[in-house]
Design a protein around this ligand. Structure first.
Ligand code: HAS
Length: 557
């Protein structure tokens, strides 16, 4: 494992500014994304009964919420975090020219997509299923965002190679294993997406072809869409494995477990997208069954993580004087204002316990029939992406802003409350959605138009009461974010108190085993690609045989 401690490296001003911009541009956009999430809960609770609020309608707001929070913020953050990890753990700054090209592509892409969404020309949600069609700038923007993230990854590879040449026999730093695994998963995910967007959607939205194969587009989307969720999750896992045990006051229980987990994600992240299409026609039951099995496979690295992190936390708690079978849980730094990262990480992990259980329920081919397309599904994913992923990303944004500007985090007692407020908000939101999802409440529907209105003939009382619980959760989440933004802005506006630099808390390993068969990415990538081919070739064959006609475009207005 890499040397433990809080060692800081200094960066050139150009790199520092670039990483700060990569963090702050999506964070500013996040304000819109979060606001539109809150407004969704008001619509669905019937608190806003209109078709449109402040000029933005339900589907436009839902598209802004999903695209900004889940695609733009996450991608730009992963690139910024990767640039910072490479600089700190390989001791090499990513070449600034290519890094700026990557940032420029992502920013121009984001602006193009934002133009389409804010002007109401792309109200097609973050899954952009045809035949719903958006203005071409939406698809071109998405393509540029992805290409920009590829440029960043290709910029790091020569740095890793040169580090390897200079450090023969040394284990690759775990943080680098984690961030490279993240981007290997991203490459596997974005290739089918590139085909869908460049070959199918852009020519179709430009009117160059009249019809589109809807089922093929959905299948390619989910070939991308499931590994996408691990592209979100893995940077959070880097923080949990490399930093959390030290912040808790202990050690990482097993360094080997961390390496194995990242390699298993390379193998299992991609060949499971059909579990989002259990209800789709045209794909044979056998291949749906195979992808169900593989979905249980992709839960394995998270189960290993749950036990490894619990053991690491127990070690830390006992170092802090904890005793007993369970009493040691009380000796962790939940409210420590200096070790504030702990609260963000812990609250995320707590939510992920529920995200994991509900994910395993979704994965069952038969049970999925009960929950698919109901509010249960956003109930599940708010305990994953809005839980561990979101909390880890906003925490690391604040940490990096503080490091790169040399300004210690301000409003510490407010800051320490943010993750617990957020946890409470997400818990209410997800419980409300899960319960009414089981009662059949549809997702992605403006319930406020009648279902939650006692005066309407569409009224469904059990959805109405839960929609109010969801709105209460959304309100608490919004409040948590207002506090977070107050902390971030007040930190940015404060006086510099030390030299800007870059450092992370880095844990030592309790069991620092040799890397052995998880030392090298290559065999894992080969196995991952092979399993993808086995799981997807027959699916794509089935889809091509089942689809005879294309669909013209449809614009919802
Ligand atoms: Fe999922 C739908 C299955 C994980 C995100 N998922 C979605 C959608 C999103 C999403 C966005 O099989 C909706 C897409 C759409 O718009 O239609 N998901 C799974 C499974 C997992 C899983 C099996 N999902 C995630 C993660 C996401 C995410 C991670 C984002 C980051 N998901 C599905 C399925 C669907 C689905 C179906 C389709 C549903 C449908 O019908 O449409 C697994 O990876 C989960 C494994 C996780 C665990 C939990 C480990 C627990 C840990 C915490 C330890 C805690 C500690 C602290 C140590 C096994 C690591 C302890 C504290 C104490 C106090 C005790």
């Amino acid at each position: 494992m890499e040397s433990a401690g809080e060692e800081r490296v200094s960066l050139t001003d150009a790199s520092r500014r670039l990483i700060l911009l990569e963090l702050l541009v999506p964070t500013v956009l996040l304000a819109f994304g979060i606001y539109h999430g809150f407004v969704q809960t008001l619509y669905r609770a019937g608190i806003i009964r209109a078709e449109s609020f402040l000029g933005i309608d339900y589907y436009q707001g839902l598209t802004l919420h999903g695209v900004i929070n889940a695609i733009v913020f996450t991608t730009m953050f992963a690139v910024a975090f990767g640039n910072a990890l490479v600089a700190r753990f390989l001791g090499r700054e990513p070449p600034v020219g290519a890094a700026w090209v990557s940032f420029a592509l992502m920013t121009v892409g984001t602006l193009l997509a934002a133009f389409a969404m804010f002007t109401g020309r792309a109200s097609i949600l973050y899954t952009f299923y045809p035949p719903l069609v958006a203005h071409p700038t939406f698809y071109i923007g998405a393509a540029l965002l992805v290409v920009g993230s590829w440029v960043a990854f290709f910029n790091w590879i020569p740095l890793y190679r040169s580090w390897r040449r200079e450090n023969p026999g040394r284990k690759t730093p775990l943080a680098i294993v984690g961030i490279f695994a993240t981007f290997v998963v991203w490459m596997m995910a974005t290739l089918p997406l590139a085909y869908e967007v460049i070959v199918m959607l852009i020519p179709w939205s430009l009117g160059m072809v009249r019809e589109i194969n809807v089922l093929l587009a959905r299948t390619l989307f989910w070939f991308f869409g499931h590994p996408l969720v691990y592209f979100w999750l893995l940077p959070a896992y880097v923080m949990y494995y490399v930093m959390l045990p030290r912040i808790a006051g202990g050690k990482l229980y097993s360094d080997f477990a961390g390496r194995l987990v990242f390699m298993l994600f390379i193998v299992f992240s991609a060949p499971v997208g059909v579990h989002h299409q259990f209800g789709d026609p045209g794909i044979s039951v056998s291949w749906k069954w195979l992808q169900t099995l593989l979905t249980y496979g992709v839960a394995l690295p998270s189960l290993i993580t749950a036990f490894t992190l619990a053991a690491s936390l127990e070690y830390a708690a006992r170092q802090n004087g904890g005793t007993g079978l369970l009493r040691w849980w009380t000796r962790l730094p939940y409210w420590d204002r200096e070790r504030w990262l702990f609260g963000y990480f812990f609250a995320g992990l707590f939510l992920f316990l529920f995200g994991g259980v509900t994910g395993l329920i979704n994965a069952s081919y038969s049970v999925n029939n009960l929950v698919h397309n109901t509010a249960w599904v956003p109930g599940h994913f708010h305990t994953t992406i809005a839980g561990p992923v979101f909390l880890a990303f906003i925490a690391m944004t604040l940490h990096l802003v503080s490091e790169l500007t040399g300004k210690p985090v301000r409003l510490k007692s407010w800051n320490v409350a943010v993750p617990y407020l957020w946890l409470l908000g997400v818990a209410l939101l997800s419980i409300g959605m899960s319960i009414s999802g089981i009662d059949g409440e549809p997702r992605r529907t403006n319930l406020g138009l009648g279902y939650t209105n006692p005066g309407s003939e569409l009224f469904v009382p059990q959805w109405a009461s839960m929609a109010r619980v969801v709105a209460a959760g959304g309100g608490i989440m919004l409040f948590a974010m207002v506090v977070y933004f107050a902390v971030l802005v007040s930190t940015l506006l404060s006086k510099r108190q030390r030299e800007p630099g870059l450092g992370f808390p880095v844990a030592e390993a309790y069991h620092d085993e040799p890397a052995g068969f998880v030392a090298n990415f290559r065999p894992w990538i080969v196995i991952g690609v092979l399993i993808c081919a086995i799981a997807y070739a027959p699916v794509l064959y089935d889809v091509s045989r089942a689809t005879f006609f294309g669909s013209p475009s449809y614009t919802p207005d």
